[in-house]
Design a protein around this ligand. Structure first.
Ligand SMILES: Cc1cc2nc3c(=O)[nH]c(=O)nc-3n(C[C@H](O)[C@H](O)[C@H](O)COP(=O)(O)OP(=O)(O)OC[C@H]3O[C@@H](n4cnc5c(N)ncnc54)[C@H](O)[C@@H]3O)c2cc1C
Length: 429
């Protein structure tokens, strides 16, 4: 029986194709700074970059290595939007905040582009995205999404594809239609995170790896403890995402870590790759327990899906995930699978991100619920703004109401398993 995580990077295609990056030392002794960032995924490295660029003295404490968490393992799909429809958002946060949330969501794409360009981050960024429908109910859902986004947000470029068009774009007979969104895209998530960390370091941030935070002492000058040193600071930014539970149980109970898995095939020849995803887009189907896939820069099929609540990897992951992939693409029956790995997505009850403060100078953002590639970069920037005294945009997110998962830590998983079982059943209808 193996688990999703060990102390090192996942044995993934991303790690095998990571850009050269330094091993960073662990914190030893006691240091002072303006801002201590906990966790070096996209959220933490983005916050560190934006603060260091403004002249703040920033220390980042990463429990493992930069990009070890979801940021270095994900499907890499940079999808604009939220896990809730626009009109659903109206009923949760009102019209005005919905508009602001959407403005920021669209800005998060520009932020990504600007950051990648400014710091010359080589992360295979591409645009184009498809949401696939298996059944008529899902076609109606996609058409409604399109109508809402166009009429309420003024979002442009969406196009419904019929069965034939969907097949031309994604050579699988499983789908009866799709929604194309040229504004969303995909990237190599580990290289993006490593690039952000390098940029933050160049701007003056100090990043310590293998330095897990074990305690936060709150106060005007919080003291952050690791096994071999402490950081005294004026502000803390918590970016531990799915791993926050022990560090801040009061906010940790708003999120639930759920395992999801990806396989990478061997590089495919160009004509086969093109027949699978003609325009090299990111692709998801819209089942509740969704499949997501895309091609890597060297033309491997990266295929993700399944869920695990226990942190235990399904027996023979390559075989299990390979079977799911071949149900969609029988053409890949002979393709060798080179890598298989998993990671934890942090989900919230309402599947919207959870931002807030646990004290006036301790901020957090987590629970991106599978929409993290764009929202994490934004979260880091907004927490940096809040530290600088302009929390207006950050506070739009803090106003999203969140429930705790019912029953506390022990009951959270069984309760979720029950609700997921229902949705899995619904996927079949
Ligand atoms: C398999 C998988 C596929 C996904 N696919 C997509 C996708 O296609 N599109 C999308 O938008 N999103 C996707 N996601 C979600 C997305 O990856 C996340 O939302 C995003 O990466 C979260 O970034 P983060 O920086 O907040 O957290 P993380 O990247 O998880 O980083 C948290 C970091 O905090 C560190 N840490 C934790 N506790 C401590 C501590 N006590 N002390 C010090 N450090 C600590 C961890 O080691 C980790 O490096 C996927 C996630 C997974 C796992």
């Amino acid at each position: 029986m193996s688990t999703i995580h060990n102390d090192h990077h996942a044995d993934s295609y991303y790690f095998a194709s990571a850009n050269p990056h330094p091993m960073r030392s662990k914190l030893e002794g006691d240091v002072n700074c303006d801002v201590c960032v906990i966790g070096a995924g996209i959220t933490g490295t983005s916050a560190a970059l934006h603060l260091a660029e403004q002249g703040y003295k920033v220390v980042v404490l990463e429990g493992h290595q930069v990009g070890w968490g979801a940021s270095g393992r994900s499907g890499g799909q940079a999808i604009i939007g939220y896990n809730k429809g626009v009109r659903d958002l109206y009923s949760i946060v009102g019209r005005e905040d919905t508009k602001k949330l959407w403005d920021m969501n669209i800005y998060s794409k520009q932020l990504l582009i600007d950051t990648v360009n400014k710091h010359n981050i080589k992360c295979d960024l591409k645009w184009g995205h498809l949401m696939m429908a298996i059944k008529p109910r899902q076609i109606r859902e996609l058409a409604q999404t399109k109508e809402e986004l166009e009429s309420e947000i003024g979002y442009e470029g969406l196009q419904m594809l019929n069965q034939e068009e969907a097949f031309e774009r994604v050579g699988s007979h499983k789908y009866i239609g799709a929604l194309s969104d040229p504004q969303s895209g995909h990237l190599h998530p580990l290289n993006y995170t490593l690039g952000l960390a390098d940029a933050a370091q160049s701007a003056g941030a100090v990043i310590y790896e293998n330095s897990p935070v074990t305690h936060i002492q709150q106060g005007n000058e919080p003291i952050i403890t690791t096994p071999s040193g402490t950081v005294r600071c004026k502000h803390v930014i918590m970016c531990a995402n799915a791993y926050l539970d022990k560090l801040a149980p009061s906010v940790g109970k708003k999120i639930m870590p759920v395992g999801t898995f990806i396989v990478a095939t061997e590089p495919l020849d160009d004509s086969l790759a093109k027949s699978l995803i003609r325009d090299d887009e990111g692709v998801v189907d819209i089942n509740f327990v969704l499949n997501y896939w895309r091609l890597s820069a060297d033309k491997r099929m990266l295929f993700g899906g399944r869920v695990s609540y226990s942190g235990i990897v399904p027996f023979d992951l390559k075989q299990t995930m390979g079977n799911s992939m071949r149900k969609i693409y029988p053409q890949l029956k002979d393709a060798r699978i080179d890598y298989a790995w998993g990671g934890n997505v942090a989900i919230t009850v309402n599947r919207l991100p959870h931002f807030g403060r646990i004290a006036k100078n301790i901020y957090f953002a987590h629970g991106f619920s599978g929409h993290g590639i764009l929202l994490t970069g934004l979260a880091g920037k907004l927490m940096a703004e809040a530290v600088q005294g302009t929390a207006e945009r950050f506070d739009v997110f803090t106003r999203i109401p969140h429930m705790s998962f019912p029953g506390g830590a022990l009951m959270r998983k069984p309760a979720l398993v029950l609700s997921m079982a229902y949705f899995k059943l619904r996927d079949l209808l």
